[in-house]
Design a protein around this ligand. Structure first.
Ligand SMILES: Nc1ncnc2c1ncn2[C@@H]1O[C@H](COP(=O)(O)OP(=O)(O)OP(=O)(O)O)[C@@H](O)[C@H]1O
Length: 348
């Protein structure tokens, strides 16, 4: 099965609007490795074929989301990458290294792994939890402590306040951040995340996702993230791989392309009737929809970097059909609701 984006039926470039967030160029991410899944297969000892034959290329520094119905093999795929589950067929490469030839314990120290409910060690402080892998790697104590504090800062937890606490003294969202800090501590080449935000309430979840995007912009790891939540996939993914039973790849695309041009009836049904709305959230304001400034009296403003969804929300809230578009705080033109929708073509 050939699944490179170029050959995939619904791949980006089929007339769909680009994602609001640019995908990283190959080779981005100094400490990141590309991942190649080459015809991987997993048949469990009881005969269940969880993944039949899956091939997928994930670029260095790219955040790829695996999504699909329960039991389609998402977690199995993720765990084959760090060999918590051994594939029964095919090859997995990190950069140009075949992971099946690497000692699995050493492999896992180079791959960060974040799971739902985190799995922090309850009798260790937050600082000790974050320092787990550096300690295993034999780093000197001072370096471990400094790295733990740096990571806590990075995930938005004040080390002075939280470093000495135990996991039960944290909120669910704070525990999740510690889990992310721990996974990043030894500067892994890859980060695997299995439903990392699903155990927290929707508001904390939104905030965690937001901060996670900021973090990823800073560290640029290669990330494979499993989720059930399409909104999360659209929000976080540079590309989304939609899987059906047996780990069959239905489509592998940018969020905007996936929502704009579902490649199969399965994907069309999976992304649902409100895909037009979702797509607006990942569609930037097209410069062609911005006309020269005329009268701007009383119009609301929206930044040129906002999504079409945000622009529409600003207009609907103000009860008007136009908004002034600003760039670096200065007005650069006027956006008309009808042009926005015509150019964004959300229901294409
Ligand atoms: N140890 C095992 N032995 C036998 N079958 C298994 C084993 N682990 C998982 N499976 C089966 O493999 C298939 C894929 O499971 P997997 O956990 O990868 O799916 P998933 O897409 O992550 O599901 P969910 O979204 O519900 O977590 C399922 O049919 C599951 O029952």
């Amino acid at each position: 099965m050939d699944v490179t984006p170029e050959s995939n039926p619904g791949a980006a470039g089929g007339g769909a609007a680009p994602a609001a967030r640019p995908a990283p160029a190959p080779g981005d991410g100094p400490g990141a490795s590309a991942i190649t899944l080459d015809h991987i297969r997993k048949q469990y000892p009881d005969g269940t074929v969880a993944v039949q034959d899956l091939s997928l290329e994930i670029g260095a520094g790219e955040l790829v989301v695996l999504i699909g119905p329960s039991g389609c093999g998402k977690s199995t795929v993720l765990r084959m990458i760090n060999r918590l589950i051994e594939p029964t067929g095919g090859r997995i490469r990190l950069g140009d290294e075949d992971v099946t030839r690497v000692d699995p314990v050493r492999l896992r120290r180079r791959i960060g792994y974040v799971i739902q409910n985190v799995g922090l060690f309850p009798h260790q402080t937050v600082r000790a939890n974050v320092g787990t892998v550096p300690k295993l790697l034999g780093w000197p104590k001072q370096r471990i402590a400094a790295r733990a504090d740096e990571l806590l800062d990075l995930v938005g937890l004040d080390p002075a306040q939280f470093g000495r606490r135990y996991p039960h003294e944290l909120s669910g969202g704070q525990r999740q951040r510690v889990g992310v800090a721990r996974a990043l501590a030894a500067d892994p080449v890859v980060l695997l995340m299995d439903e990392p935000f699903s155990a927290v309430d929707p508001i904390a979840r939104g905030r965690l996702q937001e901060e996670f995007l900021r973090l990823q912009a800073e560290v640029r790891k290669t990330i494979v993230l499993v989720t059930h939540d399409l909104d999360e996939a659209v929000r976080l993914g540079d590309r989304i791989a939609v899987l059906s039973q047996g780990g069959r790849l239905e489509q592998y695309d940018t969020p905007a392309a996936l929502l704009g041009a579902p490649a199969t009836p399965f994907v069309r049904e999976f992304v649902g009737a409100d895909r037009g709305i979702r797509r607006l959230a990942v569609t930037p304001i097209a410069r062609t929809a911005v006309t020269p400034l005329s009268s701007t009296d009383g119009l609301p403003t929206v930044d040129l970097g906002a999504s079409a969804y945000d622009a529409l929300a600003v207009m609907l809230t103000a009860g008007v059909d136009r908004a002034v578009v600003t760039e670096d705080g200065r007005p650069v033109g006027v956006l008309d609701r009808h042009r926005l929708l015509a150019d964004g073509d959300p229901a294409a």
